[in-house]
Design a protein around this ligand. Structure first.
Ligand code: MG
Ligand code: MG
Length: 278
């Protein structure tokens, strides 16, 4: 169950045993209508607002459970429901992953955020039948130079990927731009998780991979596709493992990890960032 959740929540790269993405690809990638896009802009705006507010409020001494409660309240106040809560049994409205935690950290009142932490907050909102999905990395207080650089390069790599998004480019164009930027900075790209299509479902086809591969379908982008692009960078090795809570994914070598994510709309000459934080 957790494996399924992991595949869907961050849309897993295919392990040899996982043929899900290939099967999904045969069904084709949805093109959203103008009506659907109008709703997705609203769902994504709610996500962007929540993340912006969390970024402004987080400080040492708060718990990740505090952030989760805040996010859930704000998502509901804005007329949406948390996309993550109950998704394959996930118990919260945000994923809060600290330092060596890569993805799917479970928020808790016992987990106190400390000065120097590298905190990833990922959340989604379900509004009028459609999802928005975004993740930010927050440098809490005085973080190490390495943590700061990892977060900056991770965000830059997201935008390097987004710079390749336009109709008639392919997913490999996006992945190559991300991989090149990460390697240039001597960090590694996590390959166990990828981005995904997003819309009526939190996770739709295709798998938006962040590294060059022939194992996943390299589709051509079309105007009207909505994708969540979400590179994950490790300071050390790319390898990850899942903790005994069956959710939290950590780096195998104990090194830091950072992630940034936007939900975007593919257009003829570029992309519209639906979860942009203004
Ligand atoms: Mg996502
Ligand atoms: Mg996300």
């Amino acid at each position: 169950m957790n494996k399924l959740f992991s595949q869907l929540l961050a849309s897993s790269r295919s392990n040899t045993s996982n043929t899900g993405p290939r099967i999904q690809q045969r069904r084709g990638v949805e093109i959203k209508s103008a009506r659907e896009l109008k709703i997705m802009r609203k769902a994504s705006k709610i996500v962007a607002t929540v993340l912006k507010e969390i970024n402004e409020r987080v400080e040492p001494g708060m718990s990740t459970g505090d952030l989760d409660q805040y996010a859930e309240r704000r998502i509901k106040e804005m007329g949406a429901m948390p996309s993550f809560k109950g998704y394959h049994g996930f118990p919260a409205s945000i994923c809060a992953s600290i330092n060596n935690e890569v993805v799917h950290g479970i928020p808790s009142a016992q987990r106190i955020i400390r000065n120097g932490d590298l905190l990833k907050v990922d959340t989604g909102a379900f509004y009028d039948g459609y999802h928005g999905d975004s993740c930010i990395t927050i440098c809490v207080g005085d973080v190490s130079e390495q943590a700061k650089k990892l977060s900056v390069v991770a965000e830059e790599s997201l935008f390097a990927g987004l710079s390749q998004i336009k109709a008639n480019n392919t997913l490999l164009d996006v992945a190559g731009a991300i991989e090149d930027h990460v390697k240039k900075n001597n960090f590694s790209v996590v390959e166990d998780y990828t981005g995904h299509g997003v819309g009526k479902n939190l996770h739709e086809e295709p798998s938006v991979f962040n590294f060059r591969t022939n194992d996943l379908p390299n589709i051509t982008l079309r105007s009207g596709m909505t994708l969540a692009v979400e590179p994950i960078l490790n300071a050390g090795d790319k390898s990850c493992r899942t903790l005994s809570d069956r959710w939290t994914v950590v780096t195998r070598d104990g090194g830091l990890s950072a992630q940034w994510e936007h939900t975007i709309l593919v257009t003829n000459d570029g992309c519209e960032i639906l979860t942009e934080r203004k």
